[in-house]
Design a protein around this ligand. Sequence first.
Ligand SMILES: [Zn+2]
Length: 241
Amino acid sequence: MLASEATTPSFTSSVTRSLSTRSHYNRSNLTTNHNKLPAEPAFRLEKVAEAEFPTRYGRFRIFGFAGYYDDRVEEAVVLRMGELAADPPPLVRIHSECLTGDVFHSLRCDCRAQLELALTRIGAEGRGLLIYEHQEGRGIGLLNKLRAYELQDAGADTVEANQQLGFQVDLRSYDLPGAILRYFGLSHVRLLSNNPEKVQAVERAGVVVSERIPCLAEALDTTEAYLRTKKDKMGHFIDGL
Ligand SMILES: [Zn+2]
């Protein structure tokens, strides 16, 4: 999850403000007036690469995927450990890129801590899947995430900051991770997430979440307000705040 991440995910398939208008076309409109409204975007998944990937958490296979929409391409990296077909269903973490957290160890958010928890847990079980989405800041992009930080420094919370910038709270689309889960033949997963919307999104993609496993990072002075916003405004399951 991303630092400025927070909120009531809307699951539009659009990442930019201009594209987000697409979300205003609902499906019923599309079916009742095909002459004027654009067709429902087609989506196609392509695996572009696969290789060995040794890490501190164990040996993975690393995959590069491209998801083609009719107007853009989204990318994701997947780390797979072990055989996924056996019982119980494998651990799965769907993680959105957070440069500031994942690379720079930011303590404004809990992204890196959640990433480490997920990889540690997958490594301990010897099997599982990490889907790393190239979608910074819940889809608003890296520089807009930094603009949101500036607004947060002036008193806004992560949800309000996104709204002040003119974005919906969460622009992430889950078409790509859903297609990746199906690519690996997964009908059931144990999902590492605190986000009820993510659970619902996976199930909308046709994959059963047989268990939701909390991915809780310790609250720090620097992350407590952020975590509280995710809990109070986005409904995340975060105990102990
Ligand atoms: Zn983050």
